[in-house]
Structure formats: structure tokens, C-alpha cells
Design a protein around this ligand. Structure first.
Ligand SMILES: [Zn+2]
Length: 294
């Protein structure tokens, strides 16, 4: 059993509370290699900001659980070396799909886990999430649950269509499971292709797609039922067009890749949305740089 507190990590409880009170959100960056980790820690130290490092099940299998534990510990020490006296770094499991993987992460030094039962029937999602919460809370590890389905690709899970979170379910879910935060579906989606061209309008000047707005009415209805409760947005990369253009210029093929506009993310972060998940953007930055240099 590895205690995350001994690695210098923190869970999400205090940082979410401060984020909601302060009207901002904390970025949760997926990472898959050392260079991404370097960039995330450098940026968080420079901006003196708390940060959530997250790995999917696939990324954890790829990295190796033991190596990952020392990478997280290394990230804390690196942040200190960069002048951050008390780094606030979370190591979080993204989209855990079973009790066993969540338990394994808790046992290997994760300070937070997500159990994603959103594809299950409602009652099974409640039962699975509750079981993870009961285990994780014994070690002061925080748990994120999910209601609603996001479209897109995440590891080997592909969802064609999204289903918005049903606001009428959230009180029951949070009460029965005891989760610390809730991922919701309000129109974000996984991957660099968040929207089909027919869902968007096209800017006549640049020819770039303009994505449809997020469903802020659904977010408002959820917040009304769960005042001050931490809400999480998945699939929230903004897909910066300068990276897409660089990739396309150097032999890549990403026509019409479009993300969530930053002003929509800023608007969301002023509300109870306190964790914004970003994966595609760091992959795009990495790919653009590699293509340009090679
Ligand atoms: Zn996700």
C-alpha cells in the first residue's frame, strides 16, 4: 500500500472548494510520456497553480503502475525545484471502469480516482460508484463519478452519440454514492473531432468551423439541484487552430478538427465547474512540434 500523502500529492477536496469559491477551474491534463509531464509541471509551477495529472487505464498499462508512482513523486520534487514551495498536485485515474482498477490505483498512490459507470444502467452505476467511494474514502482518496454520455473516443471506448446528463438524477446519484465530484455531459466530447461539420456553422472568412454552444441550461439545472457541488467537464480541449494548421502543413491530415472555444470554458469555470479535462490539446502540441522538427 502506497500512501499518496507520502509522495507529496494531495486529493481534490480542498482545491475544488477553493476553485468554486474563487470562480475558476483546475485543469486536469492527461499525460502519456515524460515530455508532457515536464510541460504540465513547468506550466503549473510558473503560474503557481494547482494541477491534476491524470492517466487513463490504457496510459497506466502503458507506463507501468510502479514507474507511474515514482513519476508522480518526481513531479512533486520537480515542482519544488522550480520554486514551488508547496506544490498542489493530484494524481487521478481517468475513466476507471471497474472496482478493481480503482482499488489498484488507490493502493499504488493515486490521490483521486474516477469510476465511470455512465454506460451502465442507472442502478448499476450507483452500486459500482458507491463501492469505489467506500473503498477510496478509507484512505482519503477522492472519487469522481459520471452521469450522462459523452460522444467521441477515449482509450478503446467509442460513443457515437452523446446523452446529456439528466438533472433530475443528480441529487439521488450524489446522495446514494457519496462521490466527491460529478462529471456531466453538456455537449463536450472526447478527441480532436468534437463536432460533425453539420453540427457547426462555418466562418465565411477563414473557412473554419464554429462549434455549437455548450448546454448551459443543463448545467444551470444541475447546479440548482446541487448548490456548490464540484462539477467536472470531460472532453474540453480547445483544439488550438495554430497546432492543427502546423500539423496539416507538415503532412498531417486533420481537416475540420475543432474544439470547445476558450470563452465557453471560461464561462463554465466561473460556475461550479471546477475541473476541466484536457487531453487532445497536449497531443496536438506534441504532434505539431514533432512534425515541424522532423
Ligand atoms: Zn473523459
Amino acid at each position: 500500500m502506497v500512501d499518496y500523502k507520502e509522495l507529496g500529492l494531495v486529493n481534490t477536496r480542498e482545491m475544488f472548494k477553493r476553485a468554486i469559491d474563487g470562480g475558476y477551474a483546475i485543469p486536469a491534463f492527461n499525460f502519456n510520456n515524460m515530455e508532457q509531464l515536464q510541460a504540465i509541471i513547468k506550466a503549473s509551477a510558473e503560474t503557481k497553480s494547482p494541477v491534476i495529472l491524470q492517466v487513463s487505464k490504457g496510459a497506466r498499462n502503458y507506463a507501468n503502475a510502479t514507474l507511474l508512482r515514482y513519476m508522480a513523486q518526481g513531479a512533486v520534487e520537480y515542482a519544488k525545484e522550480l520554486g514551488c514551495e508547496h506544490p498542489e498536485i493530484v494524481l487521478h485515474l481517468d475513466h476507471g471502469d471497474s472496482f478493481e482498477i480503482c482499488k489498484s490505483c488507490v493502493d499504488y498512490g493515486f490521490s483521486s480516482v474516477m469510476i465511470d459507470g455512465s454506460a451502465l444502467p442507472y442502478d448499476e452505476n450507483v452500486a459500482l460508484t458507491k463501492r469505489v467511494v467506500e473503498y477510496a474514502h478509507q484512505f482519503d482518496v477522492t472519487v469522481e463519478g459520471e452521469l450522462g454520455v459523452l460522444a467521441g473516443v477515449e482509450d478503446d471506448v467509442v460513443a457515437e452519440e452523446s446523452h446529456y446528463t439528466k438533472p433530475e438524477e443528480v441529487i439521488d446519484f450524489v446522495t446514494k454514492t457519496g462521490v466527491d465530484s460529478l462529471a456531466i455531459s453538456i455537449g463536450t466530447s472526447h478527441g480532436a473531432y468534437k463536432f460533425k461539420p453539420e453540427q457547426c456553422t462555418r466562418d465565411p472568412k477563414t473557412g473554419k468551423l464554429i462549434p455549437p454552444p455548450l448546454a448551459f441550461d443543463v448545467l444551470d439545472a444541475i447546479m440548482e439541484r446541487l448548490p456548490g457541488f464540484p462539477i467536472v467537464l470531460h472532453g474540453s480541449s480547445s483544439v488550438p487552430q495554430e497546432y492543427v494548421d502546423t500539423i496539416n502543413q507538415y503532412g498531417g491530415k486533420l481537416p475540420d478538427a475543432v474544439g470547445i472555444p476558450e470563452e465557453q470554458l471560461r464561462k463554465a469555470s466561473k460556475s461550479a465547474v471546477c475541473k476541466i479535462n484536457i487531453d487532445s490539446d497536449s497531443r496536438l502540441a506534441f504532434t505539431a512540434a514533432v512534425r515541424k522538427v522532423l
